[in-house]
Design a protein around this ligand. Structure first.
Ligand SMILES: Nc1nc2c(ncn2[C@@H]2O[C@H](COP(=O)(O)OP(=O)(O)OP(=O)(O)O)[C@@H](O)[C@H]2O)c(=O)[nH]1
Length: 448
């Protein structure tokens, strides 16, 4: 089962390398058919904190305003032992063991795509984390939903973010991890609002409640966590992440996870729910759920891949054999095409293929008539011939026609007959599509 997630991880990476990240394209997109978990929520709802808790590492950029400006496809790979490390798809040969450097690279790579203008982009960044302490999982971190653009951001950014988030979560294969803070009314939760829009029955929405520890005294989240306030198909999961003060004090993830466990186990209101609360539990639920969804989607993915392969093979065979890069290979291909052209053309003339009569008509009537209409008098006047020969070869005794001058005369005449000759070739177009295709291939090849 674990291999299933890593297989989907590999396909996702291949999709990104080939520029398929689910946007409109001429080919069917494989990306869209792959199940993935997208993290959505309002700004400061705790998305980054949830992701970092699942991974058990500090690695996401922090700051005010819109920090996540490109989707981050985060692939977690469980390894048996050894040191944790991270790799970016755009930096294939570099292993990051320092997670502060990972954070910096996410920022830099975001800026490379969007500039420093706080714009957003839908081109994802791919990050893989290998660790003995993670579960196999793929999560897509999306920009936080906002209500107003801040200084320096274009007015449309609020809508752009919402459209981008919607474009990910409206796909039927997307599992929505909807993050809502417990210290705000659930009715105002951006995550619930947008997920309800695309998944009204809550079939593929997993609700996560953050900041339970920050709720007003005398209130609790039991109604929500027990699914009585807002029902989803899957049970709500509550988490307690590090507060800003914890982050400032560099409280590490292990200690934070321990504190979170203790919080649920020792708070009387949540004691009975403690076994299904917390980031560790969330990670396991997500991994299991993703595996189940992948398993159910395999037949669909397989048939899409087979269909795409068949379409691409048909396209390839239509395009013909690959063209050699070296001069010898190219010459060989040109000769081959010429031979084929010659053979098919002859078949038209011999009556094996239709249209030979049209070719004869072109050469017997159309071309000679057009040539007769040309004005060669001036070009072939004695005066002009003498001038050309003198300029080309000088006065020399010749037994046969002086070569250079002779050539120039032919060249200039060829230019004159070019028009009727091309018209004769055009007239062949009606004869056969195959000869045209071959002739066009030949022209392209010669030009290259
Ligand atoms: N006390 C407490 N603080 C939390 C909790 N979750 C998040 N925070 C704090 O809330 C603030 C925002 O959390 P983030 O994880 O950065 O939120 P975000 O949704 O990723 O924010 P943006 O990337 O700006 O959209 C940080 O200061 C966190 O420390 C929680 O469960 N309890």
């Amino acid at each position: 089962m674990e291999n299933l997630i890593s297989l989907v991880n590999k396909i996702q990476r291949a999709c990104t390398a080939l520029g398929d990240h689910g946007e409109a394209s001429a080919l069917p997109t494989l990306w869209d058919s792959l199940p993935a978990i997208a993290v959505v929520g309002g700004q400061s709802s705790g998305k980054s904190s949830v992701l970092e808790s699942i991974v058990g590492k500090d690695f996401l950029p922090r700051g005010s305003g819109i920090v996540t400006r490109r989707p981050l496809v985060l692939q977690l790979h469980k390894i048996d032992e050894g040191r944790e490390y991270a790799e970016f798809l755009h930096l294939p040969r570099r292993r990051f063991t320092d997670f502060a450097a990972v954070r910096k690279e996410i920022q830099d790579e975001t800026d490379r795509e969007t500039g420093r203008t706080k714009q957003i982009s839908s081109v994802p960044i791919h990050l893989s984390i290998y660790s003995p302490y993670v579960v196999n999982l793929t999560l897509i971190d999306l920009p936080g939903l906002t209500k107003v653009a801040v200084e320096g951001q274009p007015d449309g950014i609020v809508q752009d973010i919402e459209n981008m988030v919607r474009s990910y979560i409206e796909k039927p294969n997307c599992i929505i991890l909807a993050i809502s803070p417990a210290n705000q009314d659930l009715a105002t939760s951006d995550a619930i609002r947008i997920s309800r829009e695309v998944d009204p029955t809550g079939e593929r929405t997993l609700g996560v409640l953050t900041k339970i520890d920050l709720m007003d005294k005398g209130t609790d989240a039991v109604e929500i966590l027990e699914g009585r306030a807002y029902r989803l198909k899957f049970p709500w999961i509550g988490v307690v992440n590090r507060s800003q003060a914890d982050i400032n004090k560099n409280v590490d993830m292990i200690a934070a996870r321990r504190r979170e466990r203790e919080y649920f186990a020792n708070t009387p209101e949540y004691k009975h729910l403690a076994h299904r609360m917390g980031s560790e539990h969330l990670g396991k639920v997500l991994s299991k759920h993703l595996e189940t969804v992948i398993k159910s989607k395999i037949p669909g993915i397989q048939s899409l891949i087979s269909k795409t392969i068949a379409e691409l093979e048909a396209e390839l065979s239509r395009l013909g054999k690959p063209i050699a890069a070296d001069a010898g290979g190219k010459l060989y291909t040109i000769m081959e095409i010429c031979r084929l052209f010659d053979q098919i053309y002859k078949e038209h003339l011999d009556g094996v293929r239709p249209g030979g009569d049209k070719i004869y008509y072109v050469f017997d009537n159309q071309l000679p008539a057009a040539l007769k209409r040309l004005q060669f008098d001036k070009q072939l006047s004695m005066e002009n011939v003498r001038k050309l020969i003198t300029e080309a070869d000088g006065y020399q005794p010749h037994l046969i026609a002086p070569e250079q001058g002779y050539r120039r005369l032919i060249e200039s005449s060829l230019v004159t007959i070019r028009g009727p000759a091309e018209a004769a070739v055009d007239a062949h177009k009606e004869v056969g599509a195959q000869t045209n295709f071959i002739a066009e291939s030949l022209i392209i090849l010669c030009a290259s």
